[in-house]
Design a protein around this ligand. Structure first.
Ligand code: UD1
Length: 366
């Protein structure tokens, strides 16, 4: 029996860990899962709502670190995580994605000689100004088992000198959650509540520091969204960082009064799934949403200069369009001009809803 500490910290972790913990609970003779929340995200809407929607069990351990600078947050997770590992003596610690909690826990384990499995290993934007890229690079170097979502991940890891026996291509576990929850999301009334049911609309999310921390960049993106909103309503669930900055830069009022860009609070997993799955177009700087729109065949414009998820461009519905307002508007026009109906989704290999089982098998074999 393997005792595994499953680490979650921030919003994009929850939908990756939920299917893994559920699969472990189905195999109690082989796995004893512990769920540990670092508390990097702590708002009801950024954390608790996801536990409920995804059926994640209440964390066995909560570190309660909260927000701080990168160094402080990473250090706080490390300080609080180390004694837990010493006490729990797990066979494995499983970390997912690329947030500060991922890196902090991997680093603690590597010093204690406790084995680390990294889910979503090998993704690279090759942009080291992104904090997530640093987290990905270091976590992958430290991990004993690297579980990749797409084959570009394997190639990146091999090119960085990771021995092939540590790498396993298991597919995209976030898509396990997506496929499992599609039916449940139909119970959400979010489209009716936001008055977009039965009509065309666009959905936007933005939270990357490079997009939301500079008034010029954020203002430029907003101007493009306003123009797009003359074509169709634009629903924008706002991340706390983005809301804070819009307020500080004096950008909130203009848009709220200015028509059809509709700011709403961050949505839970099921409401957000029900919202974007009916959208004509999604504009985002999120990593996960590039993948989810590809899995469902919904056109996606990524408002960044690069992506660590090239498979969503090569096989899927994603286009990386940068942050120039003219370009965003032109790309949105072009996407809307295309027939509008969802094409048949071209889902990348092993994005099949069974990644969690393969992750468990890989742990047992390792
Ligand atoms: C983190 C991840 C990012 C991920 C994102 C998803 C890192 C480096 N970044 O970014 O990869 O895409 O989560 O949301 O780990 N805040 C709240 N309530 C919360 C959490 C945050 O108000 O529950 C506010 C605080 O003002 C905080 C700011 O958001 O300072 C940023 O939070 P933080 O966890 O540092 O990074 P995110 O931008 O959320």
């Amino acid at each position: 029996m393997l005792k595994v500490i499953n680490v979650v910290g921030a919003r994009p972790n929850f939908m990756k860990v939920a299917p893994i913990v559920e699969a472990m609970r189905r195999r109690p003779a082989e796995f004893a899962p512990v769920v540990l929340h670092t508390g990097q995200h702590y708002d009801e809407r950024m954390s608790d709502a996801f536990f409920r929607d995804l059926g994640l069990p209440t964390p066995d351990v909560h570190l309660g670190v909260g927000s701080a600078s990168h160094a402080q947050q990473t250090a706080a997770v490390m300080q609080k995580f180390e004694p837990v590992v010493l006490e729990q003596k797990p066979d494995w610690v499983l970390v997912v994605g690329d947030v500060n909690s991922t890196l902090a826990c991997a680093l603690v384990c590597s010093k204690l000689g406790v084995r680390v499995a990294h889910v979503e290993a090998g993704l690279r934007s090759r942009d080291r100004t992104m904090p997530e890229e640093i987290n990905r690079l270091v976590t992958d170097q430290l991990s004993d088992l690297l579980l990749t979502p797409s084959e570009d991940g394997d190639r990146n890891l091999l090119a960085e000198g990771i021995p092939p026996e540590r790498i396993r291509f298991v597919g995209n576990v976030m898509i396990d959650s997506l496929f499992k929850q599609l039916k449940n999301a139909e119970g959400s009334r979010v489209r009716e509540e936001l008055e977009v049911a039965g009509s065309d609309y666009a959905v936007v999310t933005l939270h990357r520091p490079s997009n939301v921390d500079e008034p010029d960049v954020l203002g430029g993106i907003l101007s493009a969204l306003k123009r797009i909103s003359q074509r169709l309503p634009v629903v924008f669930p706002i991340h706390p960082r983005t809301r804070k900055n819009l307020g500080e830069f004096g950008l909130l009022e203009g848009v709220e009064g200015g028509g059809r860009v509709r700011f709403v609070e961050p949505l839970g997993y099921l409401d957000f799934l029900q919202l974007y799955s009916g959208a004509r177009l999604v504009l985002t700087d999120s990593g996960g949403i590039q993948e989810e729109t590809t899995a469902l065949g919904i056109p996606c414009l990524t408002l960044r200069e690069n992506t660590e998820r090239p498979v969503t461009v090569e096989l899927g519905t994603n286009r990386v369009v940068g942050t120039n307002p003219e370009r965003i508007f032109a790309e949105a026009e072009a996407a809307l001009a295309q027939d509008g109906q969802k094409g048949p989704p071209r889902v990348p290999p092993l994005w099949d809803g069974r990644a969690a089982e393969r992750i468990l098998d890989a742990l047992l074999e390792a």
